[in-house]
Every structure is written in C-alpha cells, then in structure tokens.
Design a binder for this molecule. Structure first.
Ligand code: GLV
Ligand code: GLV
Length: 324
C-alpha cells in the first residue's frame, strides 16, 4: 500500500517531488500554521509526518497517529518534538542539521555586529529625521575586533560562529556540557563555566539547543554577572533567555544591548516591552532564511521521509536507537 505523508506547510525547492516519489502526499496548503485540530485529525491516517518547528509533536498527538512511523522536522531544533515519546512508539525522527549552519552563523554574526555598533538605533535615528550635524558622541558602541565572544553551546552553529569571530580578531570562550578539543585547537577557544563566561565576555551568543536543562539558562543572575558594556545575541530558541529578566536588564543598563532572532513568546506581540527598548534589536526568526538554505532544509527533510519510510537510515536522524 502507498504510504500516506502528511505535510503541514508547503515546502520550498524540490521537496514535494521527493515526497511524491515516496508516497501519497497530503499537503496542508494554507500559508499559516496548521491548526492543532486539523493536525490531529489528519495525522490519524498518516504513515509519515513532514512538520515545521511550529507544530508540537507530543505524546498526545502521537496517540492519535497509530500508523505513524516517521516524523521529519524541517528544522534543526527539536524542542517541538517529544523525542522520547516518538522513540517509545518506534517512530523515527529526522531533522536538518548541517545545511543551515553557515546561514545561521552568518546571521548570529550580523546580530553581534548590529548590537555592538547600535545599528538598530542608527536606523531609527535616520528614519525619525533626527540626523543633524556630525556628532563625536553619537551612538557610540562597543568594539567587536579584539573583544571576547562567549559562545553558549559550541555545537555546529556555535563553532561556525566562532570561526567568523576569529576572522574578526575576537578571542573565543565557550560553555556547554562538553569540551570541544577540535575548536580549542583550531581557534584557540577556551572552555569556561557559564558564570565565568558571562563575567568575561564582551559579547555573549546563545547557540545551544532548547531542552529542560537549558530553559532560562540566561536569567536574572546572568545579567548581574555580565559586564554593563556587554551585548547578548540569541539565535537558538527564545526560552533559553528569561525574557522578563532581559527587559529589566536592558532597561536598567545592566547590559548594553541585545539582538534577538528568537524570542519567548514567538511571535512577539507588537506592544511587547522588548520592542520599546532602543537597545534591543529583534528580527523574526530568520536564522536559516536564505533561498539556498531553506531549499536545502526542505529537501533534506524530504529525503529523511523517503528513507524513513523505506526503513533505511535517515541522513539526519535524531533517535537512531529506533533502528535497534
Ligand atoms: C530553526 O530555528 C531551526 O531549528 O531549524
Ligand atoms: C546547535 O544546535 C548547534 O548545532 O550548534
């Protein structure tokens, strides 16, 4: 029997061709997040689910999906997927590491530069008509070159960001559950516990996955430790940073600036206090948002479906223990 593949959002590139060759595609062809009720109803007949980071794949959903064998998340992050529940039901889970590393690291560097050099405030200044005579004290920022970047989570994206930072002449320190000897050798990066990293870094970049252990990893105490001149960049997931604590830290100038690609909540409501702070730059989750990267993610996620349905090893599997 042909496998049924539920797709929760029209994917770019050749992904649909790959999926069509692997089974019968049922596409939610509405340019919005698939409502939970629709997802629950339609997943009941699905053998494979091709989903987005906005779809919550939990035990409750899996219980309404008796045929499901494959979940393919078109994202590297897996905080929206209950991996343990999938593994317990023999459902193999794919994601999209690697193909978005460069684009996301580029965006992290963009935000670091923007926060340090007050680019958001500069744009606001010009747009508001306030630009007058040249001023020696206008929007003075922080150095990037020859400063210290603290990378929280030296995984693929953190490593790619560190390479970019090294190109800017920055010294690199990092924290995380594991030492990374290759990054230490290649870039002279030095491991620090999180508190020491926060005290030492001129620019703190969050690139760790969101798990129960990393929820609010950056919190009220963190901002006390950070330098008043420090900047914070988050390109990982919003809940790694305690939003209320960040608002207070930016208001009280406990740190100089923040630049966020991800927020908690997401989307951020237009009247959110973060958006009224001149020293906070927020962009709408664009880490992987280039034409080439999004196509590559969509196609990798499609190949993961095809391989999963064929009972073969996915290119990028998050719970290979399902294969036994
Ligand atoms: C994007 O945030 C991703 O996890 O791919
Ligand atoms: C985190 O997800 C990383 O790959 O750095």
């Amino acid at each position: 029997m042909t496998a049924s593949i539920l797709v929760t959002r029209r994917p770019p590139g050749n992904a649909l061709d790959i999926l069509d060759a692997a089974g019968e595609v049922e596409l939610w062809d509405v340019d919005a997040v698939m409502p939970r009720s629709e997802l629950r109803r339609r997943v009941a007949k699905a053998d494979a689910l091709y989903c987005m980071l906005t779809d919550r794949i939990d035990a409750d959903l899996l219980d309404s999906a008796p045929r499901l064998r494959v979940v393919s998340n078109m994202a590297v992050g897996l905080d929206n997927v209950d991996l343990r529940a999938c593994t317990a039901r023999g459902v193999v889970v794919g994601h999209t590491p690697g193909v978005l590393t460069g684009a996301t690291a580029d965006l992290a560097m963009t935000l670091l530069l923007a926060a340090a050099r007050r680019i958001g405030e500069g744009i606001d200044h010009v747009r508001s008509g306030a630009w007058g005579d040249f001023r020696l004290d206008l929007l003075l920022g922080q150095e990037v070159h020859s400063s210290v970047v603290g990378v929280i989570g030296m995984g693929r994206i953190g490593t790619a960001l560190a390479r970019r930072a090294a190109g800017f002449g920055m010294s690199i320190i990092y924290s995380g559950p594991n030492r990374k000897p290759t990054v230490e050798r290649e870039l002279g990066a030095e491991y620090r516990d999180l508190a020491t990293l926060l005290e030492m870094a001129d620019h703190v970049v969050v690139t760790a996955p969101l798990t129960a252990a990393t929820h609010h990893l950056v919190n009220e105490q963190s901002f006390v430790l950070m330098k008043p001149t420090a900047t914070l960049v988050n390109v990982a997931r919003g809940p790694l940073v305690d939003t209320d604590a960040l608002v207070a830290a930016l208001q009280n100038r406990e740190i100089a600036a923040a630049a966020l690609d991800v927020t908690d909540p997401e989307p951020l409501p237009a009247d959110h206090p973060l958006l009224r702070l001149p020293n906070c730059t927020v962009i709408p989750h664009l880490g992987s948002a280039t034409v080439k990267t999004r196509n590559a993610m969509a196609e990798l996620a499609a190949r993961n479906v095809a391989l999963g349905l064929a009972g073969e090893r996915m290119e990028a599997c998050a719970n290979p223990e399902v294969y036994g």
